[in-house]
Design a protein around this ligand. Structure first.
Ligand code: GTR
Length: 428
C-alpha cells in the first residue's frame, strides 16, 4: 500500500506519548496578530557583550558559545564518535535502475555489540568521478524509499502505521514513501542518495533512554539535564553515516548535503550545525525545534513539543515551556551555526503547525552572520516570498502550496540549490 501524505500526517500526530487528551488541551495559535512581541538574542554579540565585527571573532569565540547554548539547553550533548566504527557491505549491485546506478547496503556498527547498527542504503549514479550526495534519514525504513525488491526490510522497532506488524516493517510498505525521495530524479541529476531508517539509531518513543545508541553509549547513573535526547542521537547517526561516506570511493564526501523532513528536518539542521563536514543543509517543514522561531509560539510550542515528545530534547529544554522569552537562544542561531555553508529551508502553505513565517524569519535573522562571513547578497529576500517563488542565495527559502510533506517540487528546488553550490566549491 502507499503511505499517503494525509495518513502520514495523521500518524505523526498520534504518536506514542501524544495522548489524545493532550491534543484536546492544546489550542495552537494560528492568528498572526496574536503572536506576542519578542526580542531575539543577537547572534553577533558575545556572551560578555563584545560585538562580533570580524569573521575571526565569530570563528574563535561566538560560534562556540552558540553551539554550547544549543548543547546545554536544547538538544543535549552527544558523545564523541566511537573509537572503532565497523562497516559491513551487506549487498551490492551495479545493475540498479536498469543498470544506470550502483546500489549498496552497508551496515554501520556503532560499538562492539552487534546492535544497534545503522543500515545505510545508497544509490549512486554511474560516473567516472566520485559524485556529490544527499544524505537523509527516513521514517518508514529503507525499503519504503523506492520500490526495489532488493532493499532489505529494517529489523528495528517501528512505530505503528499502515503495513507495520507488531512494530516491525512488512513488504506492504515497500516503495510507500517513494514520492518523498524522488530517487530517479536525484540520480538523473548526477547525485547519489544515501538514506537510513532513523529507528536504527534510536527508536522514536520514550523508554527512559534504555534502547538505541543511548543504551549503548550512555554512562551508567543518573542522566544529567544536558544529556542528549533523540534528536541529538539521530543527528549523531547522520555523522556516522558521513564517516562511512568518507570511505566510499564512489561518493565525494566533501560534497554531501544533509536533508530531512519534519522531526528529521530538525535533526538535519542540528547535524549540519555541529558537523562542519556537511557541505550543505536542507530543512523540509522542520517547524518547532527546527527552523521555526520558538518565541513566536505560532502553531506548535515548546510546551506542546516537550509534552508530546519528552524524549526529543534534553531535560533543560523543558524549563523553557511557556517561557520562550527566557531562552538564551532561538532557531535563527541554529541556522547561523551552519554559516558560511549553504542552507535551505522549505515550508508548506498548509503546514501552519510548523509556522512557515517563523521558518522564514529564522533564515532572515541568520543572514547577518552569513553577511559577516561572506559579504552582501547572501539572502535576496527581506520579506517572505509568495508561494512557489523560491529565493536562493547562500541561504535559500521557499513556501510551496500544499501540506506537510516532501514533494517533487521540493526536490526540484533542492537540486537547483545543490547545483549552485555542490557543483562548484561551496563556502566552508
Ligand atoms: C509532529 C510534531 C512536529 C513534527 C512532526 C513530524 O507531531 O509535532 O514537531 O516533528 O510530528 O515529525 O512528523
Amino acid at each position: 500500500m502507499k503511505l499517503l501524505p494525509n495518513t502520514l500526517a495523521a500518524l505523526a500526530i498520534l504518536l506514542p506519548g501524544a495522548a489524545p487528551a493532550l491534543a484536546q488541551r492544546f489550542v495552537p495559535n494560528y492568528d498572526e496578530s496574536k503572536v506576542p512581541p519578542y526580542t531575539l538574542p543577537d547572534p553577533l554579540v558575545c556572551a560578555d557583550g563584545t560585538p562580533v565585527t570580524t569573521p575571526k571573532l565569530w570563528r574563535t569565540k561566538r560560534r562556540g558559545e552558540i553551539l554550547e547554548l544549543f548543547r546545554r539547553y536544547m538538544y543535549g550533548r552527544s558523545p564523541a564518535p566511537p573509537k572503532q566504527l565497523r562497516f559491513r557491505v551487506l549487498e551490492q549491485s551495479d545493475q540498479a535502475l536498469g543498470g544506470r546506478a550502483v546500489r549498496k547496503q552497508v551496515r554501520i556498527f556503532f560499538g562492539p555489540k552487534d546492535k544497534p547498527a545503522l543500515d545505510l542504503l545508497l544509490y549512486i549514479p554511474k560516473s567516472k568521478q566520485p559524485v556529490p550526495a544527499f544524505l537523509g534519514l527516513n521514517f518508514w525504513g529503507n525499503h519504503a524509499v523506492f520500490p526495489d525488491p532488493a532493499i532489505r526490510l529494517p529489523e528495528s522497532w517501528m512505530r505503528p502505521g499502515p503495513g507495520v506488524v507488531n512494530n516491525r516493517a512488512s513488504e506492504e510498505t515497500r516503495g510507500g514513501a517513494a514520492s518523498r525521495w524522488q530517487v530517479e530524479l536525484i540520480l538523473s541529476r548526477g547525485y547519489a542518495l544515501a538514506t537510513a531508517y532513523y529507528g536504527d539509531i534510536d527508536p522514536d518513543y520514550h523508554d527512559g533512554f534504555q534502547n538505541g545508541v543511548h543504551g549503548l553509549l550512555d554512562p551508567p547513573g543518573a542522566r544529567p539535564p544536558d544529556a542528549w535526547g533523540a534528536i541529538s542521537a539521530w543527528a549523531w547517526g547522520l555523522s556516522r553515516a558521513l564517516d562511512y561516506l568518507e570511505r566510499e570511493p564512489l561518493v565525494d564526501a566533501r560534497r554531501v548535503a544533509v536533508m530531512g523532513h519534519s522531526r528529521l528536518g530538525k535533526t538535519a539542521l542540528w547535524a549540519g550545525a555541529q558537523d562542519e563536514r556537511f557541505a550543505l543543509v536542507i530543512s523540509n517543514n522542520s517547524g518547532c525545534g527546527g527552523a521555526a522561531l520558538s518565541r513566536r509560539r505560532f502553531g506548535e510550542t515548546l510546551w506542546r513539543i516537550n509534552t508530546a515528545f519528552p524524549h526529543w530534547f534534553c531535560e533543560n529544554f523543558k524549563k523553557y515551556n511557556n517561557r520562550e522569552d527566557q531562552l538564551p537562544l532561538d532557531q535563527h542561531m541554529l541556522i547561523a551555526l551552519i554559516a558560511p555553508r549553504p542552507c535551505y529551508v522549505a515550508s508548506a502553505q498548509e503546514d501552519r503547525w510548523a509556522d512557515p513565517r517563523g521558518e522564514f524569519l529564522a533564515v532572515k535573522h541568520a543572514a547577518p552572520v552569513y553577511r559577516l562571513l561572506l559579504g552582501p547578497g547572501v539572502f535576496p529576500a527581506e520579506e517572505m516570498p509568495p508561494v512557489n517563488r523560491p529565493v536562493m542565495g547562500v541561504l535559500g527559502y521557499h513556501i510551496r502550496t500544499g501540506k506537510h510533506d516532501v514533494t517533487r517540487y521540493d526536490w526540484e528546488q533542492y537540486l537547483r540549490f545543490a547545483d549552485r553550490w555542490l557543483q562548484k566549491k561551496a563556502p566552508r
